[in-house]
Ligand binder design. Structure first.
Ligand SMILES: Nc1ncnc2c1ncn2[C@@H]1O[C@H](COP(=O)(O)OP(=O)(O)OP(=O)(O)O)[C@@H](O)[C@H]1O
Length: 673
């Protein structure tokens, strides 16, 4: 049997490798369109390749199956010259292969919804002619693994992800007809004038290609290397499992409540308090008071916050509370934002409460790098036993990343005339991979408020110098894997040379040098480590790209969810006293048939067809209101409709409006269709 591999033939082949749903009639992909545009399609027989003249357009039935090919009067000859790849300089067209009829063909215009339907139906292959076992994996026609790009004549053959390139097609037709190519605006290019004025922006918006191609997916970098250009995995359509799990975990942590908790039910305007620090053993070294930390939801804005309570604090001067004001104005990505402070007696004592941003599933650097020795704990805050203390090597890259983020926070703090004063492993939150935030800032300003300074501008020069020393100690302790190594810094610095560069060692040494020896400032630190900051920035940019790419996979999720919700609200709805007239006739009937077409498709043998590309492709075309036509067949095979996705979309919208008009308690807002 001949084995066609190109043009229509590859469509047939795809039907066998990934059979189409019963009754599916994708007229846009009919073989004749390919022939009309590109003048030839490729056939292969006994290992040889042949060109099929464009005049075949008038005889589509001649190549609908392999068996019909054998009866064709213009049968291909084994002596025909072999297929030669398209030359780029001819715009993908070989003049010798173009018939005069094709050359004079009118430019292609997409079908509108009311255009007459073409009867280029592709006869369905029967089970006796083809069996799936005979067929290798579908490869789009014209796919050249060396180039890794689709040839223009195959743009629409791959279904999802390939995309019909109207620009290429138009150019090809123009060059075929020998006419000069008009200037075609590419609406996706940046405005060459570089202007950001509203007028320029809106003028360009009118140039978007119609119909909109919102049903096509285009993968963004970074790419997986081991897939061919036309291949997609189901993961490409959704957010990655790891990322989903991570966000799910954060979500659960944010929503967590303790049903039988002994913690206060309310504190000021906060409710649902959950303790984050479950240890009864409290350390008052840093603030001079034992501290407790809770997650709580504000009834004012519904957001979740972290509340830090200083137990037993007695406010003696109202101005002390005001010392937090300048901290509220600081907005830096490497800090935990502080929102408010108030006193309370709700715990039975006099407590001071600081309201801060809540970062779910975060841990402190102390918990992360010194799990046992620094905390003297056997359990982490989730009740899991901590590993035996085993200091792990921390890469130099991580240390520079910490240094860069803390330096960025210190830059803002010092520029605001303040000092952090708490650069301690237990007061730095790790909120993501190598992503840290300086926590508990401003607390010491309130707690150590000096009443004699009221009305005077307090100077934090000494504290700022001390911040740099604390930063040096922190990096040294993490690098050495020991929380108390800063007590003997010289020995520890010598030890660092074995694992880290001299540059890091010198930097720590400079930070640790006593303030009186030389004038140190955050600006000097930043200029000295600028080279390392650039590396950190580059890593962050890569991480940002990865997240953006992950975000792009969810581009269509919301739209698809809305379509599914609407379809399920409309279909199989029982009639009752409130819904007398609800029946699935008229428009609703073909919505039902469309549902079968999308979800209940079967292959040529009648087996269920589970094809994610088909389902997503159909739903996206539906949402975009594509003018592509499909044939819907009833389950008994008695009724068939040829409709466009646009028609179905309109039917769904109408039915949903009817339904929305009848309901008085819809969860879906009427305004948000
Ligand atoms: N803003 C926040 N968002 C989310 N979790 C936080 C926040 N602040 C602290 N936590 C968590 O609360 C826990 C306790 O934090 P805390 O700052 O009290 O550290 P600690 O090691 O208990 O220090 P101390 O011994 O001084 O109380 C830590 O696990 C930390 O991850």
């Amino acid at each position: 049997m001949d084995t066609p591999i190109g043009g229509i033939a590859s469509e047939i082949r795809r039907t066998m490798a990934s059979p189409r749903p019963k009754g599916r009639e994708n007229l846009k992909n009919t073989p004749c369109r390919n022939i009309g545009i590109f003048g030839f399609c490729k056939y292969e027989k006994d290992g040889c390749a042949y060109n099929h003249d464009a005049s075949m357009k008038t005889k589509p039935q001649s190549h609908s199956t392999a068996s019909s090919e054998s009866t064709n009067t213009s049968r291909f000859n084994v002596d025909s010259p072999s297929f030669t790849p398209l030359q780029p300089q001819t715009n993908g067209l070989r003049p010798s292969a173009i018939s005069p009829r094709s050359a004079n063909a009118a430019p292609f215009t997409p079908k509108s919804s009311n255009s007459p339907l073409v009867s280029h139906a592709r006869p369905k292959p029967t089970a006796t002619e083809w069996t799936p076992q005979e067929v290798a994996e579908f490869v789009p026609q014209g796919f050249d693994p060396n180039q890794g790009l689709l040839q223009p004549d195959t743009q629409n053959a791959t279904g999802l992800g390939s995309g019909f390139d109207a620009y290429t097609l138009h150019s090809a037709l123009q060059s075929m007809a020998g006419t000069p190519q008009p200037q075609i605006n590419n609406p996706y290019l940046q405005d060459p004038s570089g202007g950001l004025s509203g007028a320029t922006y809106y003028q360009n918006s009118g140039a978007f290609t119609q119909p909109l191609q919102y049903h096509l997916y285009s993968p963004l970098a970074p790419h997986r290397d081991n897939l061919l250009a036309y291949q997609r995995t189901s993961h490409d359509f959704f957010i990655s499992e790891d990322l989903r799990r991570e966000f799910q975990r954060r979500n659960e942590a944010s929503l967590q409540v303790l049903p039988n908790s002994t913690v206060l039910p309310h504190l000021d305007h906060f409710h649902s308090l959950v303790p984050l620090d479950t240890l009864s053993q409290k350390n008052s070294n840093i603030f001079g008071y034992p501290t407790w930390i809770y997650k709580a939801v504000s009834s004012k804005d519904g957001k979740t916050y972290a509340l830090r309570r200083l137990e037993g604090y007695r406010l003696t001067n109202e101005h002390a509370i005001r010392a937090l004001q300048p901290w509220k104005r600081i907005d830096n990505g490497s800090m935990v934002t502080v929102h408010d402070v108030f006193t309370t007696r709700a715990f039975g004592d006099s407590s001071l409460i600081f309201v801060m941003d809540y970062h779910p599933c975060s841990s402190t650097l102390a918990e992360h790098h010194f799990p046992q020795s620094a905390q003297g704990r056997n359990m982490d805050r989730f009740g899991n036993p901590v590993r035996a203390y085993n200091p792990q090597y921390v890469s130099e890259q991580t240390l520079w990343a910490y240094m860069a983020q803390l330096a960025s926070a210190l830059k803002i703090i010092h520029a605001g005339g303040l000092a952090a004063q708490v650069i301690h492993p237990s007061k730095i939150l790790l909120t993501g991979k190598n992503r840290i935030r300086l926590n508990a800032c401003g607390i010491l300003d309130v707690v150590k408020f000096d009443a004699s300074q009221v009305g005077m501008q307090r100077s934090f020069k000494l504290e700022q110098q001390e911040d740099l020393v604390q930063l040096g100690r922190l990096i040294l302790c993490i690098a050495a894997g020991n929380a108390s190594v800063y007590l003997a810094p010289h020995k520890a610095l010598d030890g660092l040379s074995r694992a880290y560069t001299g540059r890091l060692r010198d930097c720590i040494s400079w930070l640790l040098s006593p303030p009186q020896e030389q004038t140190k400032s955050i600006d000097i630190l930043l200029s000295e480590i600028s080279g390392n900051i650039i590396t950190v920035l580059d890593n962050q940019l890569h991480a940002f790209d990865t997240f953006e790419s992950a975000l792009a996979t969810s581009l269509e999720d919301g739209r698809i969810a809305r379509i599914l919700l609407k379809m399920n609200l409309i279909l199989e709805r029982p009639e009752n006293e409130h819904n007398h007239s609800w029946s699935e006739t008229g428009e609703r009937y073909y919505i039902k048939m469309f549902r079968d077409y999308v979800f209940h498709a079967v292959d040529a043998q009648g087996r269920a067809l589970v094809d994610l590309s088909h389902i997503l492709g159909c739903l996206n075309r539906l949402d975009a209101g594509s003018n592509e036509t499909i044939q819907l067949t009833s389950r008994d095979g008695e009724t068939a409709f040829i409709v466009t996705f646009k028609d179905i979309k309109r039917a769904i919208e109408n039915s949903f409006s009817d339904l929305n008009g009848n309901t008085n308690s819809s969860g879906l807002s009427k305004g948000r269709k």
